[in-house]
Ligand binder design. Sequence first.
Ligand code: AHR
Length: 524
Amino acid sequence: MRTLLVIFALITVAITPPFMAAQKVDLTVDVSKAGAKIDRNIFGQFAEHLGHGVYEGIWVGPGSPIPNTRGIRNDVVAALKAIKAPNVRWPGGCFADEYHWRKGIGSQRPETLNPNWGGVIEPNTFGTHEFMDFLDQIGAEAYLSVNVGSGTPQEAAEWLEYLTTAQPTALAKERAANGHPAPYKIAYLGIGNESWDCGGNMTPDYYLSQLKIYSRFVRNFNPAQQDKQRMLKIAVGPGGGEPRFTEWTEAVMKAYQNHQWSWDIDGLSLHSYTVVRWPPAFASVGFGEKEYSQILKSTLEMEGLVSKYSAMMDKYDPQKKVALVVDEWGAWYAPLPGSNPGFLVQQNSLRDAILAALNLNIFIRHADRVRMANIAQMINVLQAMILTDKEKMVLTPTYYAYKMYAPFQDATFVPVTFNAGVYTQGEITLPRVDAIAAKDSAGRVWVEITNVDPNQPVEIEVSLVGITPKSAAGETLTAPKVDSVNSFEASNTVVPKPISAKVQGGKLALKLEPKSVTVISVEQ
Ligand code: AHR
């Protein structure tokens, strides 16, 4: 009887329409229509003095047995070069508004405190020169956040003079004595961080008066940056969708519209984390499909925020001179059990790679206004690219998503139309598929397609207007489970694998695995 039941069950499985039947999605990529340039800075990074983000993550010191160049980990440098990290925001975050740069130069570095993040000792061994050396090693540009909360305009102005002047001033001589005679290039300057909260709890009016002073006096003197390579100044903007942030954004943008020659801004920041509720309660590993869909639903709120603030900025800046700079975003989960809660340590799963792709696609679709974004944070903190443990290093699923997206840096957006379909989990309904496309400077077309559905594959048929495709191939990132991670012991669970498309009647056909991120390039 038991045998019969098993046979019956097997036959039923065989004749039932397959559970894994692929959904079909038609996608049209219109290569004849060029949109905005996808600024490479959308793929920017953020490194705060927080937990092991800098110390151990980047800096191990020249005497460390961990292979390093002037104290900076070689493995981390190689990994960041491979994703072409375009810029790094530093030294914070909330830390920036308590950072005094003089403590991080020269041979005598005092030990100070890091009250924001665990109250630990800040050794100041990683300071200005070490940060600039690190950037040089990875080939990225500097995005410095100056201290508006507890510093002074003079302190910030002197930091910039120290960094950038070519004249033989006392500060330039001090820079040379500390090992760098040539002026540094500082590409981006953040004037404060979350000044409506940890950066000093300022009102919009109070912040505006500070912004004008810092914008006026914190000058970049580098002779190579007086024209085209001008340092871009980024003001503190909203931190979510609450009414107080509407008021804040209105105030800054209205002031910008009426600004005089003596001050200016080039960017307005937006901070928005995927957290669902505070304090962060979602687990970063060991979760199921319910939490997968809840987090992805929450992350898609980024679209509403970017649209809302872009529209507000259009009102005061129709020429789109001021960029919307999403310089803190990413998933913020509960701290890993046993970790210091002030260190914001979390695992990084396949869900995070999908979350990253969905957000990058939102930024890319708004590339005319969003010209920089910085995921929080680069190493060992929140939605990290890289996790380290002493001499060990592991690359996260989010890292691989960034690696796959590298061809989109500075490419030109081209429109994609498709009927996304839906994926439903309990009360939650999400678009099943997301996609973007771009053309690079060599004329190659790149298409990214995310299959959000964790259960069903998707058969995609791609029509390309304006080109005749010969072939298409690329990489796809998926894993057995939505919470699959790369660990120090098993570092290759979530890694990209090759994928190719069939060419049929001038169209491309490819099958996407459930819960996957895929990037293909099209040969014509
Ligand atoms: O990224 C962690 C913290 O989140 C930053 O220091 C702060 O700006 C934000 O609130």
